[in-house]
Design a protein around this ligand. Structure first.
Ligand SMILES: [Zn+2]
Length: 295
């Protein structure tokens, strides 16, 4: 018998329990992020050995669980069904940023801004909020949202031009990233607060008056790369998790992993952190869904 603490539910089980399969689309019933895309929190192990949860796009996880390899960084997952909450793997395809933009243009043509039944914003409101934001980029999305009676996601989309693309004056993403003028010290404090003190990204974002996305991007080294690597966090598990989820372990590792697990007293999570791979990779190894040739 293995004696372990409460065993986390395997990702696959947790994931598929949040999916409602209709005849066409498989709809994500878990939480939704900006733009109506499914989001699932995945537990990661931090360098200090503690766990933190990290949000992943449900579409990415669906592809990963289906095909056994992660979506490479910088690659977009596109829907052929135009349903953001759909995670049905055969409705998803990989594409470039350009494909993504083309897709979005087609969608905008089909349902332009305020002609959409559920749109709360209007073209003049979008222009006004963009101007207002550019005039004072320390303003939080929440404040703008409250002022215009829109959701935070609607504001984020409208400002960046992810929605309302036909209204000129969208703010370039790279302009958004640095306009908050966080100081280098503040950026360093974000690593410390999240990685060491386990403060949530939202709490940090609120206290610094930036968006959660900004904090997420900083923690993943997408922005402030120089500071990120200088802090030695380039190797942190938050990043390693992405890079090495399906990294190749050696056949000796595979034997050792199976032996350790069979011996008991160690969870898949623990093994995952020891070998720098994801829990599902460990699960596949143990269940012999991968590395069948190793006995
Ligand atoms: Zn679909």
């Amino acid at each position: 018998m293995r004696k372990t603490g409460p065993k986390p539910r395997p990702l696959a089980e947790r994931f598929w329990s949040k999916v409602e399969k209709t005849e066409q689309c498989w709809i994500w019933r878990g939480s939704l992020g900006n733009g109506g895309y499914g989001v699932i929190s995945i537990s990661v192990i931090l360098p200090n050995g503690r766990r933190a949860s990290c949000p992943m796009r449900a579409t990415h996880v669906a592809l990963e669980l289906t095909h056994g390899r992660s979506v490479p960084p910088g690659v977009f997952v596109l829907h052929s069904c135009d349903t953001p909450a759909c995670i049905r793997p055969d409705h998803l395809r990989l594409g470039t940023a350009q494909d993504n933009a083309d897709d979005m243009r087609v969608r905008n043509r089909m349902a332009r801004g305020s002609q959409r039944g559920h749109a709360k914003l209007t073209e003049p409101m979008v222009s006004a909020m963009r101007a207002e934001y550019l005039a004072d980029t320390t303003m939080s999305y929440e404040r703008i949202a409250a002022k215009y009676g829109a959701t935070r996601a609607a504001v984020a989309g409208a400002l960046t031009g992810a929605t309302w693309q036909h209204v000129p004056g969208a703010i370039e993403p790279h302009a958004l990233k640095r306009t908050r003028r966080l100081t280098e010290d503040q950026v360093r404090s974000i690593y410390r607060r999240h990685l060491d003190a386990r403060e949530s990204m939202s709490a940090i974002a609120t206290s610094l008056g930036v968006t959660r996305t900004t904090v997420f991007n900083i923690l993943h080294g997408y922005v402030w790369k120089d500071v990120f690597s200088a802090c030695g966090y380039a190797d942190s598990l938050v990043v390693r998790r992405r890079r090495t989820r399906w990294s190749r372990v050696t056949s000796d590792d595979v034997k050792a992993i199976r032996a350790a697990y069979a011996h008991g007293g160690i969870t898949m999570w623990k093994l995952a952190s020891q070998y720098g791979v994801s829990e599902s990779a460990i699960q596949h190894i143990i269940r012999r869904q991968s590395w069948n040739d190793v006995v």
